[in-house]
Design a protein around this ligand. Sequence first.
Ligand SMILES: [Zn+2]
Length: 274
Amino acid sequence: MNITLRFVIVIAVLLASACGLMDPRNKGKGINILPLSADKNFGKQADLQISSDLANYPLLDPNRYADVYAYVNKVRDNILNSGKVDYRSEFEWKIKIIHDDKTLNAFCTPGGYIYVYTGILKFLESEDQFAGVLAHEIGHADMRHSTRQITTMYGLTFVADVAQLILLGQTSPTISQLSTSLIGLKFSRNHETEADQRSVLYLCNTPYRASGAAGFFEKLEKQGQGGRTPEFLSTHPNPENRIEHFHNAALTMGCQGKSDFKEAYRVMLSKLPK
Ligand SMILES: [Zn+2]
């Protein structure tokens, strides 16, 4: 591609991104020159790759465990209906449960494809803790952390080329490779803090204790001494004073919810395969 044409493309993409900056939902989300359709596109491709890799991502049968799926989807809907999720209508927000008790993890691709391991479901002790972790994952996608990270990692020109392909609706091996690289992408501590903040914000408008996720990190901390690092912390590194931040954020936002729905959570756990 000649230099003039590349320059024109970069300018066009920057103009498109400047339009995006005027969207109030981008406030406080930093620079992201990729369009929203990039998040949807990457997420869809990553989901296809994960779904076709049953050896690494064994899916908990949605028919046999319909009750468990209905439960996690109900918790998801409580979060989505808080009125605080920016891309509630644009992203997929589909949950798949990975049947792997040994892996203590949950992750979300761009565009809202969420994966929860049975390992983390069994580690958690109440619905508010689960809602907190789920809201944290939703927060990463809603803040568009992965596509923001791509812009930082690969530089303006490369990302402008990718943005152009996506805007033109073209497929390319580059997009597919990028989608793969986003599965299990390690977030920065700043992004972790933002996702934690979002978790409290989303739960604040629900009956849940808004700092629900703090219970998860407290338990991780207690268990972590001398043990191996749980998978969750290798991709979601702990910022300083994480637990305190959850409680402070809930206090600052004036959140009133106090319910943990421990019994309902216990019933759901009893339905999981032993
Ligand atoms: Zn995270």
